[in-house]
Design a protein around this ligand. Sequence first.
Ligand code: GAP
Length: 476
Amino acid sequence: MSAPNIETIVSLAKRRGFVFPSSEIYGGLGSAWDYGPLGVELCNNVKRAWWRWMVYERDDMEGLDSSIILNRSVWKHSGHEETFSDPLVDCRECNARLRADKLDYAGAAEGDDIAALIRDKQIKCPKCGAANLTEPRPFNLMFRTQLGAASTEDDPNALAYLRPETAQGIFINFHLVQQTMRRKVPFGIAQIGKSFRNEVTPGNFIFRTREFEQMEMEYFVRPGEDEAAHQEWIDNCFNWYASLGLSRDNLRLYEQPVEELAHYAKRTVDIHYRFFPERAEEEKHWDELMGIANRTDFDLRAHSKNPVDAEGKRINPDSTEDLSYFDEARKERYYPYVIEPAAGVNRSVLAFLMDAYTERTNDKGETRVILQLHPDLAPIKVAVLPLAKNKPEIVGMAKAVKRALQPVMRAVYDDTGGIGKLYARQDETGTPFCVTVDHQSLEDEAVTVRDRDTWEQERVKVADLQQHLQTRLLSK
Ligand code: GAP
């Protein structure tokens, strides 16, 4: 089972301290969300799992943490200043501002010109239903800011952007990483960090926001070896999500048609997740979880000082470096091709929450929610619960058990309810194990370990508890 819709997760996320609407005491901020005590743990666990898989478990990977604000020339030569935009239309009746590519063009064929469709087919505003939309125009998604004490608001010398992707920080550091770490192509550079896009229509909870986090990796290969590497990364990424518990029935690969490709891409395959299972039409269940692009040598060339145009003029007069690579073994120089798996932390968190959502009925006929998160992702690994909170010996022992576990796994102590309620709370937050200290524990130095998924209980000696839990967390 998985969540029937995103709304179910919005409510669970707020109730259990995963995600809160941002600035709520001032009426909120539309698309902004704050990650609460369990949300920050879940995000960190997703990032840690990705970094371990992407960087530590491979021989051909380095990490990087580049700046959010880069020299404006980066965005000029990457093509973002000119092309990183969405087509925007206004509704002349209700003044709604809408993404032209997301309107309902029922009956239109793929590749049809949307400006012509809006003009000729009386496309309706989804907010008020009127067929009175303006011509689409490009709206650049990059957030603008000024560096330092600029003289005027639009001083072009002070203009800077918050990065809309982490990738460019990797391209401009390609040589420094390759040389300092003595790397030979093929190798990759991974980065996790915040990105910002002034989305026209943010929404669907943490699915599309203006501030979000990305996990990106640029894999540099010899031209000609790009297509096989691309396919390998598509398969790797799909399997990574499945290995962390996403059901394969809720994942699919989507080949971007040529007209959808970004300006830098030769081929892009997205991994889609079934974010909208409640929609009547199966095709509308799906949306992008991550993209895996073949960016060719576009970026390294674009940031290099050497390439010239037909008249012999430097294409990039601002760069001071040539980012080509000399292959010692083959005695050849080339601009490496780049395969880019690019995932969103927040969309991944949403998919993991939706997929983990399960309902189960207990002996009394009550329906309980269980969040069957993969143990590596679960915010809390074990909750230690005293059976009687008015018995100082039991409370003391439970707190001591929790303190002994906390250096090796995230452990919490809770005595704010009856045992049934405490179990239900931990099930709903995805805690794989609860440990209960009872009267008998004072006698036999043993505790009850309860499994989140089966509700089965077993007695374990306190002396063996840490090892027992670590083994079971690994085998779950
Ligand atoms: N460097 C390539 C790149 O940025 P992208 O497909 O635009 O590619 C990669 O973004 C991933 O980042 C997406 O698949 C999605 O998971 C996440 N993402 C993009 N825009 C987002 C937004 N507004 N809110 C949340 N996540 C977003």
